[in-house]
Design a protein around this ligand. Sequence first.
Ligand code: BV8
Ligand code: ZN
Length: 244
Amino acid sequence: MQTAATPDISAELRQRFATANRVLVFTGAGVSAESGVPTFRGGGKTATWKGLPFDVISSGAMLERNLPAVWEWFDYRRDLLRSIQPNRAHRAIADWQDRFADLTLVTQNVDGLHQRAGSRSVIELHGNIWRARCVICQTTHEIPLEGARPDACGDCGNALRPDVVLFGELLPPGAFEFAAQRAARCEICLVIGTSGLVYPAASLPEIAKSAGAFVCEINPEPTGLSDFCDAVVAGNAGDVLPQI
Ligand code: BV8
Ligand code: ZN
């Protein structure tokens, strides 16, 4: 059994990494787990809120019914994030921007930790917890790391909502299409810290694979995507990424 500190990285993966130009990195909650952000479906700390399962409180239907409850859930999560730092996995991915000619980072996460670690152009398929959006004119407002969030739209005075894609809601226009285009061109697709259950995001590795990319999963657990990956490195992202 490999210990966490010596993940099993094949010579083939190293070789491909050494020669690749176009790399797509696809991340999920697992890349933030070592920073202390609870994942949604792994381990004991599955996210529920006041007895409501995650995909109920984080749904478009709940937002329509009870916006204040959804704000309370997101305010709570932002409070947790205030004292959380990016981890070695986020930093390794940020370093790769200068290592590959053409690196695309696509994340399902809303925590903004990739940006705080120095990643520049991040495709956020599910939005960002540090942004609010007007329910009427769609104007977005940054939410400061410290201090209260704006409670009404600065342009039209109407209510704001989290600028996050909830279950049953459409992804930001163009975000998925752009990510799919990049997935169809990449040589290597790294699938890091995702259970691969949420669509359409989870179809990106399949798009990369069918376009001929070498797909490698990095996750301590097997997932629904593991079987079609060309390589699987069983380990924590914070241990594995700095060693690839
Ligand atoms: C859409 C923002 C189309 C919110 C998120 C029924 C009703 C409504 C919709 C559906 C339905 N059935 C299916 C759907 C579609 C639904 C979907 O796919 N549901 C799944 C669950 C069945 N998708 C949608 O609703 C999407 N929209 O389809 O619209 C449409 C068409 C017409 C009309 C209307 C709509 C929108 C999906 C976006 C939902 N929002 N987040 C919030 O954060 O509160 S998704 C949410 O799950 C997070 O963003 C998260 O990132 C994402 C995926 O989870 P993962 O990132 O994979 O995290 P998870 O905890 O699952 O796994 C962690 C992994 O990390 C594990 O494998 C673990 O082993 C690993 N790990 C742990 N530690 C480490 C590690 N790995 C590495 N290192 C470690 N240290
Ligand atoms: Zn407005």
